[in-house]
Ligand binder design. Sequence first.
Ligand code: BGC
Length: 776
Amino acid sequence: MTDDAPWKIGFDTYDPQAEQQREVLFALGNGVVVLRNAAPWSRAGAHHYPGTYLAGAYARFRARINGETVEVESLANLPNPLPLTFRIGDGAWFTLDAAEIIDYRHELDMHDGVARRELTCRWEGRRLRLSVHQFVSMARCGLAGLRVRLVPLGWSGRVEFRAMIDGGVENRNVARYEPYPARHLAPPDAFVEGDAGYVHTRLLGTGTKVVVAQSLAGAHGDANGWSVEHRLCRDAESGVAIDLCKRIEVTAGAAEPARLRSAPDFATLEREHRAAWRTLWDGVGIEADDPDIARPLRFHAFHLLQSVSPLSGALDSGIPARGWHGEGYRGHIFWDEIFVFPFLLARFPDLARSKLLYRWRRLTAAREAARASGHRGAMYPWRSASRGDEVTPRWQWNMLSHHWMRDHTQRARHIGSAVVYNFWHYYLMTGDTEFLASHGAEVILEVARFWASKAERSAEDGRYDIRGVIGPDEFHDRYPGARSPGLENNAYTNLTAVWTLCRALEVLDHVPATAAAALREKLRLGDDELALWDRISRRVRLAFHGDGILSQFEGFERLEPFRSDTLPPRYEGQRLDWALEASGQSANAYQITKQADTLTLFHLFRREEICALIARLGYSFDGDALKRTCHYYFDRTTHRSSLSRVVYAGALAEVDRDASLDLFREALTTDLASKKPQSVAEGVHLGAMGGTLDVLQRRYFGIYPVVDGLRFAPSLPDGLCPMRIRFELRGLTFTAEGREGRVTLTSHASNLRPLAITHPGGECTLKPGESLGAEN
Ligand code: BGC
């Protein structure tokens, strides 16, 4: 990989083995449609996977898995509009895999949202220069452009170009899903109108109509079964460029893809697209002097905005864990959004609000799930797709043992608290009491109600236990030898449940009295119930190890220590839970975690907040115990989830800044320099990407929104300085600038109001145009 300009990332060699990973790294999207950056002459196979996805376009179908009929909801790979190739005379159709490459460059220009391939090669004895230029319009929903430029070098002759939409695609991006049906689309209809062509299909199970269209000026088209193709002949002359510009449209639900017909020409489309990205980048406002810091941060912001953008604001889709870039986790929505929201909230609050609505609209489904499991309130699903019911698969395929393993991750009930965290932080960042009154409060109250019904009072000591759950660490889903799955008193689950109950107890004070009364009436929320929530929020049980370390769950310290010889050497470097199962053991038996679990608490909440929550429960826990807890888990974590390092970076920001910075730097390369290329080939890791931006803003620059303003408590490692971030809080704009040892917060002169700030030196009111400095 080369990084020769602050906004560019590129590769100077062609490596077929790495192509699927690069297709994802350079995937182009606008929050509505995402096209993997496959070469236009490539076909799905061992080295290429041209995928086309629309936000929220899931197919639903049944499958027979391990003797059970299961229902699956899966992001569908749509008809592929990329193919564009050529032949010289009557020769073979060009493909790079069969050419002799002389020079090659594949690059992403994040500033303009454009990907390019520039290469010189020898094809059928002739030298030629090729350049491919692609973008997905950030200005117009569903529209994309692809230009192929061919320059003959030292020869002339007839060249025939062929552009296609391939309707015969399947979902085959993820090898583990091979036992499931691959076809997610109904048989398509293809037809041609002059130089435009259309493939119409429907998503299986939902019936949603999808149309993929192309147009290639002056070309002659044919419908060919499920596909359309356009051909065009040109007389090529040595040294003279031939440009083929294909416009593409991908839409769902709409009756006709009318936009392509009325869309502007290629050059205008691209001009508008670049201008839209300029506006977006103006809103991002993250700058670092060190290009090795600036570039990955931009890369993360870039993919975030390609997954969720102003164009997707009106769509009823969530924030997918793997972007809309691949088929990993089937496009499902997890708790990963908690790591993405802080970036959006501080820059694109309207967009954040539109993505909160995804959860709001699924409140009824969450209520039904709670009721069906014998609880009250709202129980959000661990994995969510179109309807908001639980879509976590029942089985996962162990690629090492070739066994089906029962998937119990739907017991990660902490997802509900994550939803509340996002609604509450939207309120803190924006002060939007109207939205809190109309949407947020109801979600917060209903999730709190779920927690109150899930917590069981112990007759012995009156404490409340939360049983049968799993925490973020998915290596542990039951006690060794236990017949039923689930763990007791997972610290992360219990403390976020307590935090949720506390927010529920105060939320009605933050909305107008009439709205509060109406909500209480609607939810039949009486004083008794509120008093019960208050009681539970003071008596939930936590488990501690003898030395005051907060236990991940009850009994964690009694599990076997994991030793270097626990696994047979042949499984070295393999996914640990699979390897243990393959060798007849179980990860449940060991003190080894997949990812940060307890430590996620110290990432999401400041030290004082977490200590206060634990004190509310009547336990003692101080900064020292927190530090020991961090080190204890650090030594037992495999970082098998992409979220782990970034969460540790956040958790350690106040505890061990050097260790935090090392982890942060690693998190910056999660996808760019991944040690698991196959995983990247299945989609970006959006949670980890958002997480780096969150750690930077919250934990390092110390920007914590609070009810009465802003708590400014920076802890910025010098190694990242100088750098600046701009952010919005309650309609006011601020810049925070870090230079060795100091962060300066400035309220922009254009702000209309002052803001109350609590900072390490005390409290103040920062007026427009004023600055406030704090030691790191
Ligand atoms: C992690 C989860 C995460 C999911 C999607 C899993 O591997 O354990 O915490 O939500 O990936 O990113």
